[in-house]
Design a protein around this ligand. Sequence first.
Ligand code: FES
Ligand SMILES: [Fe+2]
Length: 442
Amino acid sequence: MNEIPAPEGTLTARYAHLGSGLIPVEPYISAEYYEREKAHIFKKTWLQVGRVEEIPTAGDYFVKKLDACDTEIIVVRNKQGQIRAMHNVCSHRLNQIAYDKAGHTRKFFCKFHGWAYDLDGKLTGVPDEKCFFGIDFKDYALTRVACDVWQGFIFVNMDPEPKVSLDDFMKPMYGDIEGYPFDKMTVGFAWETVVDCNWKLALDAFQEAYHVAYVHGNSIADAIDRSEGGSMPPLDALCGDLHRRLSLAGNQKSVYGNPKAVTSGGAAASEALSDAGSKRPIAASALRAGIGSARHAFPLDALPKGVNWTKSPNWLFDINVVFPDFYLSLRPNYCQAYNFRPIAHNRTLLEARVYYPEMTTPGGRFFLEYMKVALRDVLLEDLSTLERTQRAAETGVKKFMVLQDNELLVRHSYHVIERLLAEAETEAEAKAAVSKAEAVTE
Ligand code: FES
Ligand SMILES: [Fe+2]
């Protein structure tokens, strides 16, 4: 609808199969659409749930509630050091096994009647076992969930037989960022909040930079590279079968726009401070305090080739949206891992984590504290529009939204979900037709 042909050379023209038309509002406000997403997307694909560093030793576990999958899972490191995931449901009379959000244990004991499970979920003990008339423990393990690890990120898949392996899910789009030093970014800060809006509406606000000049006008807008004009035009965008990426440039003469300054020091730091000293004195002081303190330097030419894939000297960061709900932004010296976990069609749990290299001096710690507050404020700005946008969308006044070229990832997100729902529903209908035909012939 309302297709305005995109001029040659634009991102929209490059991804012509996504069209250039308006995007329907219905997927953002419909409870029924959300049920379809749950059934055909969230219960069928790989979902990022945490990092291996959260459970470093055998017996460490965390529990994750996944409303979009109608379940809660336990993710645990077993005695062999492997990571396992299982539903948090006792095989006896279904009590939850783990009550805490995270912990360490030798075995899981159900707090109702005391059934015991090992770290692989195998049933190992039943009080009054003889009263169950020869129960076979093998039949009553905790129900396992497919679980695998990519670059230290733990993913689960509710499909007992995932259609693709995690490697095949990630490699086509993200094979060239493997080797990014996630394992050296071991200091982090995290926030969690529930936002009353659709999960896609929240994610969309993080997969375009058009809003930066406006929403972040008083905080980080001086980080925008203005050499090309516009609000914050991307260096490039990549749209895959499921995933998508955006690469952005920054003003190297700003603290926030030149994040390599604190780890690289030297010329990068002088450049970052050249303007910031007068415009952003506190940020500049924090940077000065932190320079040279990071345990790891991450020289740009040592990063994998898919990071800053245009090789721009003004590179600021890459946004990687791992389908469906995982936002992973990579910078020269820190990364952000945000999940937009649906709770309902108009309710989303945001889990935001930021990872930095360890700082070895008090000045470095001060810099990190400064960044924690700065990034928190930026995040609050990002969240400031979402609930109002949802309320406005739910009025039904507008049936469509209009996107510009630099909002290509929002367009891609809509099309991928539409395509997957259509494919899954066609397949389900075909299966139903076959069973009906078989029933008639029997
Ligand atoms: S419900 Fe778990 S032991 Fe009975
Ligand atoms: Fe933002």
